[in-house]
Design a protein. Sequence first.
Length: 526
Amino acid sequence: MPLDKDSPYYLHLLQNISLLTLSLIFLPIDTFILLWSLILRPSLAPHASRDAISKMQSSPTFKRRTILVTGVGMTKGLALARSFHLAGHRIIGADFEAHGALVCGRVSRSLDAFYPMQKPTATSSAGYVSSLLSIIQREHVDLWVSCSGVASAVSDGEAKEAVEAQTACKAIQYDVATTSMLHEKHTFIERTQALGLTVPETHVVTSRAQLRDIFADAKVKGIQYILKTVAMDDANRGNMTLLPFASDAETEKHTARINASEANPWIAQQFISGREYCTHALVIRGQVKVFVASPSLELLMHYIALPSESPLSLAMLAFTRTFAAAHGESFTGHLSFDFLVEPESEHAKDPKNITLYPIECNPRAHTAVALFNDTPEMVGAYLSLLDRRRTGLEAGEVQAETPVVPRAPQKYHWMGHDLVAFCVMPIIAALRPFVTAASTSIVPSNTTNTATTSTETDPNPQSIIAGLRLFADYAMTWKDGTYEVWDPLPWWWLYHVYWPMQFAYAAVTGVRWSRVNVSTTKMFLC
């Protein structure tokens, strides 16, 4: 199990030291790969980077744009910056940096310039908006592509309104009201239900008494709920406990920690038994321009696209189109849904017979955008926002145009994550009688392959061999989400500069964390 705030400090220190040591162990081989890539990249660079750019630039319809991509320290921002660069555009990157941990995207050859930004606080976004406006005005940016994290989503909405009011730049970002509605689980569910779409039963909880009433009703209906805070809470984010328990006393004991109030509301959402999927979409003026669906888990570290013509993918696309069209021409931004699909409808041949339960909406780019790395048509979809002609639909009118889907999607993973999950952890588990078992906290608690669970809970040589085979399969047949042979430095930087600086800072200052997401550079604090 991951460490928590009650775990002894020396265990938190041990996990930081362990990961710093792992980075040092692999520094020589990763540096060799880096140098090998730098030597070979002129001959292995993507076709677009050698001659397609000159062809596009010679076209009478081509216009080189200046595009600002924020969030280039995350895979999604870096992937978009690379795609725009390969299409021949001038790319400005920006991101938050703290504690000396310089983000990996700043060293990408896809960027023409990089700017660190002032991070918004819980009480003010003024500094962030001001720094963003300064970059856009200084660099004469035509298009701002927002790739925010969950903590800055609403601040990006404020920035969008300021940018489009004070400059000629257009933004791939919703306004404040729309971002807030999509970002909050309860308002998103309320809006979805108002559109006549299926939703799981969801309640906003503001008192313990209200929670007791919900659980009493749940026993009558024969359903269970998962509790989540409305506010950001890393410590509770991964808690998937199903409530109520059979015993009222056990339920009461478990929920004693819930301090729900008007100022600190919680969400009780019906548990739906089924498989989870995620989507990534680009919506321009109410039209879905880019779309992909992928199997999902809570901490998603492996991506493989569903076939775009599959009934599941078509059902999720239809849902996304209906939702986007309902908001009309002002609806522009990234739109990502998390769905649960019941087993009895998951394999239906007709998309109309598949029941989707949306459990969350992320009004921001999803890491699944990496699946479009070999799809240059995606760039044109983004640039369509700069078309002065009004091509949007009336509110509620669903488009007929087919969105851009991954042309030849690779399967993506993150080498650093899988090295720990499938190689290091089975060995630690086998040595559990001799070493501190709590050091297993360095493993993210969930992945997309059930073999992870078996290697963590079955400490024997067979588990070690199974983990090594699984790692070898990912390493040989999947693609690392950060590494590109023509742009290798961000990959090396992520594992040997960014994360070591984060772990060193945590070790020195006593910051306690339970897990990390390599792709989004998110450290989940206890």
